[in-house]
Write a protein that binds this ligand. Structure first.
Ligand code: ZN
Length: 365
């Protein structure tokens, strides 16, 4: 089954389903993205430590990466990115890019923020300068960045926020989603809506109804993994995901561990992003098929084995744990590059293996 999405050039193809889990293809003007997919995070116009060639090369073969609106707007700024032709040109990345709206960072990173029904005024975490983000400003920034998939500007309250705080955030997020829908977009730019609602199932489902009525190209679950406990995250995934429209891609924002991805895929999620594989790599945590390797540990001092004997990445084909441990302890730049390549390859292979299982054991769509 293949459905055209509202934005011309985009369609979503469902190949197979296993329970609620789905294997499909998101077709975009810049190329096809096999789903489920993990999207490496390129916060400031770079997936830290990786060149575009390294991201594109198999076995990593990243088909889509993220860019962060908040970070790119503050630095280098639109006055740099606009004359240089947008983020694809600027960063020399020719495959799809998804940009977030800046909402999450404004609420979590900005030194101070003041939210009202029209938008958010905040101070930059870099230099303290004052800025204002509204749905229209977020869409304008994402339009200049020229991402393939833009996200609606939303309010993300903390997981433990009081019910009335959640209710006000939901009302704003719906009103802002309507305004994002009406704002001008770059040519061939799709727009996803975001479902909020914390860990209350009824509130989530009510907000899902409001957002899915607006005919977005895809739907995201936001506001998960923001401090609530894992059992609540999984319960919301289990109760809400499969009720999102089947003919549109479903994106779980900012989650998570390899086990979280497996749970999300089983619940019916198609797209993921998280800083975990890249950030953990730089901090010495490496993912393997036998669990995590904390590379500074003394047990790896003379360990001649690769990080993961089953991993086909260049790091594992070439280098020992002992060498990586040495690079890490010596704060060598090469460590971050080798470790990031491995962790991203692990995530890509993990999700692809789950996709293969759906194709092999599932019902053909
Ligand atoms: Zn590897």
């Amino acid at each position: 089954m293949r459905w055209d999405l509202p934005t011309p050039g985009f369609s979503f193809e469902l190949l197979a389903a296993l329970g609620h889990a789905r294997a499909g293809i998101l077709h975009t003007p810049r190329g096809a993205i096999e789903t489920p997919v993990f999207m490496p995070v390129g916060t400031a116009g770079t997936v830290k430590a990786m060149t575009p060639d390294e991201l594109r090369a198999p076995p990593l073969d990243a088909k889509i990466i993220l860019g962060n609106t908040y970070h790119l707007y503050l630095r280098p700024g639109l006055d740099v990115i606009e004359p240089l032709g947008g983020l694809h040109e600027f960063a020399a990345w020719d495959r799809p890019i998804l940009t977030d709206s800046g909402g999450f960072q404004v609420f979590s990173l900005a030194a101070i923020n003041t939210v009202d029904d029209d938008g958010v005024t905040f101070r930059s975490h870099i230099d303290g300068s004052e800025h204002r983000l509204t749905p229209e400003v977020s869409m304008r920034i994402q339009s200049v960045l020229g991402s393939d998939i833009a996200m609606c500007f939303d309010e993300c309250p903390p997981g433990d926020a009081a019910p009335e705080v959640h209710e006000r955030a939901l009302a704003r997020t719906t009103a802002w989603a309507r305004r994002c829908r009406l704002a001008p977009r770059a040519n061939g730019q799709a727009l996803f809506g975001i479902v909020q609602g914390g860990t209350d199932t009824a509130r989530r489902l009510r907000h899902m109804g409001e957002i899915t009525a607006l005919d977005f190209d895809g739907h995201a679950l936001g506001g998960l993994a923001v401090g609530e406990n894992l059992a609540d995250t999984y319960r919301i995934l289990d109760e809400v995901t499969h009720q999102l429209p089947a003919e549109r891609p479903r994106y779980l924002m900012g989650v998570g561990t390899p086990a979280d991805l497996e749970h999300g895929i089983a619940a019916g999620i198609d797209m993921f992003d998280c800083v975990m594989p890249t950030r953990n790599a730089r901090n010495g945590y490496l993912f393997t098929s036998a669990g995590r390797v904390n590379i500074p540990n003394a047990q790896y001092k003379t360990d001649a084995a690769p990080i993961d004997a089953e991993c086909p990445c260049a790091t594992c084909r070439t280098h020992s744990r002992a060498y990586l441990r040495h690079l890490y302890l010596s704060r060598e730049i090469l460590y971050s590059r080798l470790a990031t390549l491995h962790n991203l390859t692990f995530y890509a292979r993990h999700v692809r293996a789950l996709r293969e299982r759906i194709l092999r054991d599932g019902q053909r769509a």
